[in-house]
Design a protein around this ligand. Structure first.
Ligand code: ZN
Length: 547
């Protein structure tokens, strides 16, 4: 059977020239491409996506104008021998795959494809004959609509130069290129940027330093007793200092040139740290000048939830020669608690790195402390067995204690059966009474009696997150109910809160009270560290749960 405009023989020659040899995969691929093309309406401008990186891309490139270089051929490796040709505007097209059942009619082809026998036992002449005779009869075809991200070519906008390697890359990849972020396919040598050190400081023997200006803070360390700057940047070194410096183990000193000629294009570490700090600190974050040993530390101005813009944190630390380290996002902190520190790594920071670092900090602070509001909470305990008095409620005291502990109050409680009407009425009464946080208990699983979730959804609960990757607390539910122009937060608490001292509820409550939203993405971020060790004596938050 011919392959498009070519005889089987001709196509074998084409494959030899392009692929290196007439690989069975390329030949079969040729039939698959033609099969798909025939099924497309005449004159369709099409693109291709193949699901295997082996052979198939070459069949497409031999027979069509789609290539990886012009981005009209995309390789999406699913390990399946299949390809789709589709309209380049609408994404509508045809997928062709190999049908194992139809292939079984061709024994040599079948055993080649499924690797049933070693290569040296294969009968290649017979295999080629079978491929030619089978043609496209071994293919299966189906209509598909290709997802938008596979359709069309990606426009690269915002091309920038990487400060680490000096090569161009798309700015959307981050402040340095992906190669320099560690994705290069080869080993990378340590960079030799140190050669470019500015000549604004000079190293001199300590006895020659009298009358000169110290270029940076010099630290005195007495193990276990003291660690701090004994000399400050900019300080003039006196004759009496020489002895002290020697006692500190300093025999050479970096001194600053009086003329700042060489400093052009470089920023002193103190100046850099100050510029970083002023941009990083948001509401509730305090910091002091001058920097100590080139570093600025941040503290909490009041009690609250420490919040970190994680994307910014990552981008800033990707910039060469700067750093910031902080406590974990969403940690409850007390007034004056230490939170984070930032500095430039070299004494004089390259102006390009400096500018780039500032750029990553644009558009809002990196750190913030959000005070917890004093919520007026309502608790709805659901469960017919509790309502009828068969079982005594334990939820209200447990949840109330947690809320009180965070400074909120419980203004209303209700115990209702597993019955939609009564649950709805209880909810309506609480909203009417002005609660701004509703906690419901139970009724969140798939058990047909568990209708609380249903009640909430029918009441108009939105932005729902349910099924949390945290143990314990998986069946928890988060959402918002709009009531007379107010947003009322709703938390569904599963029964596990009765047995475990610490659950998802303890992780999410501070966020909710700090007014942070809780999305599926936030839930997903909790998965790592979201597995409680269920210790005999619970020491949370002094453990890894939720970290
Ligand atoms: Zn780079």
């Amino acid at each position: 059977m011919n392959i498009g405009a070519y005889s089987f023989e001709e196509f074998c020659r084409l494959a030899e020239n392009f692929h290196g040899y007439a690989a069975p995969g390329v030949l079969i691929g040729g039939y698959m491409v033609e099969k798909a093309r025939q099924a497309l309406p005449e004159g369709t401008l099409f693109e291709a996506v193949v699901e295997s990186p082996k052979c198939l891309p070459d069949a497409v490139q031999l027979l069509t104008l789609c290539s990886t270089g012009n981005q009209r051929l995309k390789i999406h490796n699913l390990g399946r021998y299949a390809l789709s040709l589709f309209d380049k505007y609408s994404g509508k097209g045809i997928r062709v795959s190999l049908d194992p059942e139809r292939m079984s009619a061709w024994p040599e082809l079948y055993s080649w494809f499924f690797k049933k026998k070693p290569k040296k036992e294969q009968d290649s002449a017979k295999l080629l004959k079978e491929i030619e005779n089978a043609g496209d009869a071994i293919c299966k075809i189906e209509p598909v609509t290709v997802r938008p991200n596979f359709v069309g070519t990606r426009k690269m906008s915002n091309i920038v130069v990487c400060p680490a390697c000096g090569e161009a890359y798309p700015g959307t990849d981050g402040p340095i290129c992906r190669g320099c972020q560690g994705e290069a396919p080869y080993m990378v040598r340590a960079d030799d940027k140190l050669e470019n050190r500015p000549c604004v400081s000079r190293i001199v023997p300590v006895e020659d330093s009298v009358g000169q200006i110290a270029a940076h803070d010099m630290t005195r360390i007495e193990p276990g007793q003291f660690k701090g700057p004994e000399f400050h940047a900019g300080q003039r070194i006196s004759a009496g200092d020489v002895c002290r410096l020697q006692q500190m183990g300093r025999f050479n000193v970096a001194i600053q040139e009086e003329s700042q000629e060489g400093a052009r294009g470089y920023v002193h570490e103190n100046e850099a740290a100050e510029a970083f700090a002023s941009r990083m600190a948001g509401q509730g974050i305090s910091w002091n000048l001058p920097p100590r040993e080139g570093k600025i530390d941040f503290r909490a101005e009041y009690d609250g939830l420490f919040c970190v813009d994680l994307e910014k944190l990552r981008n800033f630390n990707l910039v060469p020669n700067v750093m910031v380290a902080c406590r974990q996002d969403s940690t409850l902190v007390k007034k004056d608690a230490p939170l984070a520190g930032t500095r430039a790594i070299p004494l004089f920071l390259d102006g390009k790195d400096y500018a780039l670092a500032l750029e990553t900090l644009a558009g809002g602070p990196l750190f913030e402390v959000k005070a917890l509001r004093k919520a007026r909470a309502g608790i709805i305990v659901t469960g017919t067995e509790v309502f009828t008095g068969l079982i005594e409620d334990k939820f209200i005291p447990i949840i109330s204690a947690k809320l009180l502990n965070l400074g909120s109050e419980v203004v209303q409680t209700a115990i209702v059966p597993d019955e939609k009407k009564m649950q709805t009425e209880a909810l309506a009464a609480m909203l009417e009474a002005g609660v701004d946080l509703v906690l419901t208990t139970g009724g969140l699983s798939v058990d047909p009696d568990d209708i609380t979730r249903q009640t909430l959804l029918e009441y108009g609960l939105r932005d729902v997150v349910h099924g949390i990757p945290v143990l314990p607390g998986t069946m928890s539910l988060y959402g918002i109910i709009d009531y007379q122009g107010r947003e009322v937060q709703v938390l569904g608490v599963p029964a596990c809160a009765l047995y475990y001292k610490t659950t998802f509820l303890d992780l999410v409550l501070p966020r909710v009270l700090a007014g942070r939203s809780f999305t599926r993405k936030d839930a997903v971020n909790l998965a790592e560290g979201g597995y409680c060790l269920n210790c005999k004596v619970c020491a949370w938050p002094k453990c890894s749960f939720g970290k």
